[in-house]
Design a protein around this ligand. Sequence first.
Ligand code: GLA
Length: 435
Amino acid sequence: MPNDVPVPANLRDLNVRTAWNDAGGAARARELFTTSFGGVPEGVWAAPGRVNIVGEHTDYNGGLALPIALPHRTFVAVSPRTDRVLRLVSSVADGVVEVDLDAVGPAGTPAEVRGWPSYVAGVGWALEQAGLASALPGLDVAVVSCVPTGSGLSSSAALECSVAVAWDELAGLGLAGRAAAPSDPGRSRLVEACVRAENDIAGAPTGGMDQAASLRARAGHALLLDCRDGGAEHVPFDLAASGLELLVIDTRAEHSHAGGEYGQRRATCEAAVRLLAAPDLRAVADATRAGQTSLEDVLPRLADDEQRRRVRHVVTEIDRVRALVHLLRDESDDRLRGRSLDEAGRLLNASHDSLREDYEVSSPELDLAVETARRTGAHGARMTGGGFGGSAIALVDDDAVETVIRAVDDAFDGAGLRAPGFLRAVASPPAGRVG
Ligand code: GLA
């Protein structure tokens, strides 16, 4: 395909995942559309996967998170139909799937939509449920993607959000606008619809970070998300200016959020909140920060050691987001250099250790990736996303990227694990029309 961003020659023997650029992704989506449905699509829309810098398992606790949009995107070539039928095809699934928009119902009911089509149908269902659209048109949709699936990099949110911006434009909803402003009510409504699609129709009880990153991020910036009120700020995130890179290590140990562990973490936090008679764990984090209480006061009021460790993770993780944002906002020449860089690395490491020990969502593969990256030169490294497999990130000097990649690859080989994948993460633009 024309115009893909090439992998540097010295890394071609490794599993480095290229990000398609918009022209290359749109061409692939159009081709799949034409071979599947005939004719040409009305347009092509794309939405990015995301990687979270810090602030894990905080979103459903009303906390703070700090994701960036990846350069890796899902592309959908779409034409509207005159009926209420979805015809869906994906480059990684067999055949054309048809879904009747009038027969879509929640996961676990007889009307549930199974598998990946639920993410598409769910967006339409949620837009209508929220009163943002009435009787959306059916669509013919061809999906291609360079966001790795099952890697904790939000391939499902990328699919939802690409479909959301397509439907938004084709049905004239006027919610997506041209670009993401920090306080963008239209895009926030689309985020909510995509979250409902995932929660209610796909049946995965996730928070809202992934969809917000995909729809509200900004190139060159991290997205500081306030998950209590939906507020967002764009924080400068230009690592290259500090001679750094963010390396994503995809362990290829697959994760699934529809599985029970993620929901259990969420339920434990909700039980703790009830015991503390607090609105959410964000309130606990804010109160400890303001000196009104402390973890020493709060933790003994919880039911058991498990609750105590979960709460300690969430409260300290929210603090780590604030601390990293403070470092990123430094406008002096010291930003992410010297002590500032050491501190940023320390925050990432502390996040991982807390997720491993207190929240218990890491895995042997994630720990191996993190430990190897730290040992071979990363300033800091942590698992990212929901955990139980998926991906890790490492903050690395740009001239040490190859060393770290090779060391992690060797370590996985030595442990008899599948060869990991690598992505070079640059803060990229949000969902929108690309062709
Ligand atoms: C998954 C979920 C998000 C968030 C993260 C953990 O990615 O989809 O909503 O909860 O896990 O931070």
